[in-house]
Design a protein around this ligand. Structure first.
Ligand code: GLN
Length: 305
């Protein structure tokens, strides 16, 4: 742990003055207001607790990282039947791409691109009585932190310009792959994307992925070990859209990014790590976050391979 701590600090200091060539996400107007210099890191391990550096306690918009938690809710009620409505293949296309959706008759390539997460939102909406409440309760249970909430400003901001996501749901509805009212599903989808958390809360919430699906703090089984492995596989292949190959090549861990600038990565049986740095590369993944994680796994010789 001493070792991880000093390696993390060293890399953090190196990247604190890094020439960040990324750009903040501005297609959601509210995200343009975030301070682009923020930089936080949190790493949670089983036996040694948590290491937090820099702006690790600064709340930010979780965005697509939420899709993984939403997926768990749907997977745990539907089981393998879930994959009839959404596939588990990498898309090789942007997170909000429409191209494959028409060719593949409204079945999204995977649950971590926007179209896939919208189908998952539809499924959760069908099964849960109060989906927004149930989702936030699930996140609070994982973090043991009742202060976690949606950011209504981000929600309203994204909803007001959500043209492309509305286009995706319309396409899927036309193929019969959306069962609820489109407005209800979209409100739920934008809500889960607006989830506001910090690096420390996220690395704690996602630690069970490194622990065979078991929450080490409460011993609760969040996912059975087999399901846990499958979701890790989906994160590895689909968590970074058309940059999933690059992330696997450079970082070597399953993970998930969001346009708020967060990246989460899992080293099974060891740790969950989260980096937050708002400027994104052209694929919508944190520019400094990617470079930081590449350096971390290289220095520690960590990889799932
Ligand atoms: N809410 C964002 C969207 O639907 C999520 C995108 C992301 O984080 N990659 O566009």
């Amino acid at each position: 742990m001493e070792n991880i701590h000093s390696v993390l600090n060293g890399i953090y200091n190196k990247f604190a003055d890094f020439e960040d060539k990324g750009q903040k996400a501005t297609y959601i107007p509210e995200l343009a207001n975030v301070d682009e210099n923020l930089f936080g890191v949190s790493l949670t391990t089983l036996n040694h607790g948590q290491i937090n550096i820099g702006d690790a306690h600064q709340q930010f918009s979780v965005q697509s990282i939420s899709k993984v938690l939403l997926l768990i809710m749907a997977y745990n009620v539907e089981g393998e039947k879930l994959w009839k409505r959404v596939d588990v293949e990498p898309s090789g296309a942007a997170f909000n791409s429409m191209i494959l959706l028409e060719l593949e008759k409204g079945i999204p390539r995977n649950p971590l691109i926007n179209a896939g997460a919208i189908v998952i939102a539809d499924i959760v909406f069908t099964h849960f009585k109060n989906p927004e409440d149930d989702f936030i309760k699930f996140v609070r249970r994982l973090t043991k932190d009742d202060s976690i909430d949606y950011d209504i400003k981000v929600f309203e901001s994204e909803k007001s310009v959500g043209y492309r996501n509305y286009a995706l749901i319309n396409m899927m509805k036309s193929f019969g792959n959306i069962t609820n009212t489109m407005d209800e599903v979209m409100d739920f989808y934008f809500k889960i994307c607006s989830l506001s958390m910090n690096c420390a809360q996220l690395s704690k919430a996602f630690f069970f992925f490194a622990n065979d699906g078991i929450d080490p703090f409460s011993k609760e089984v969040i996912l059975t070990p087999g399901r846990n492995r499958r979701i890790n596989a989906i994160m590895l292949l689909c968590g970074f859209y058309d940059e999933a190959g690059e992330f696997a090549y450079r970082v070597g861990l399953p993970g998930k990014s969001g346009v708020g600038g967060g990246i989460l990565a899992i080293l099974p049986n060891k740790y969950a790590v989260v980096v937050f740095s708002p400027k994104l590369n052209e694929k919508g993944n944190s520019y400094r976050g990617m470079a930081f994680l590449e350096c971390l796994t290289t220095e520690l010789s960590d990889s799932v391979f």
